[in-house]
Write a protein that binds this ligand. Sequence first.
Ligand code: DQA
Length: 143
Amino acid sequence: NRLLLMNGPNINLLGKREKEIYGEFTLQTIEDNLTELVQAYSGELDCFQSNHEGDLIDYLHQANELAYDGIIFNPAAYTHTSIALRDAIAAINVPVIEVHISNVHNREAFRHKSMLAAVCYGQIVGFGMNSYRLAALAFLENK
Ligand code: DQA
């Protein structure tokens, strides 16, 4: 299994940002934790974070070229706004699992709608760092 972890805007600020919502852990911790999990299944994980919508789109295209087995993607605020990211996910062959740290459904109404979920393989929300781990397991233990 060759998996890709992608994180969108402001996820680089985890550990400093709205800790009561997102917890104390950092992006580095997520990346290390997930790498360890994927390696325990003899897989490989690459990681990418960007605050820029176009860079995330370019990376999805590249992930398709590189034929990853799956993408674990927290698109952050672009989840709720980006038709361009939706079209990119729809355009590629690699399955994407949409992940959120917080439970977006018990927050502001504008977070209840995902532009992306309908073109994703699945969606996992609300479990903190475990949202990422559960998404990885969905690929690694896919039967
Ligand atoms: C988030 C939820 C989004 O609504 C928000 O814009 C984020 C983080 C999450 O992981 O809970 O930046 O994607």
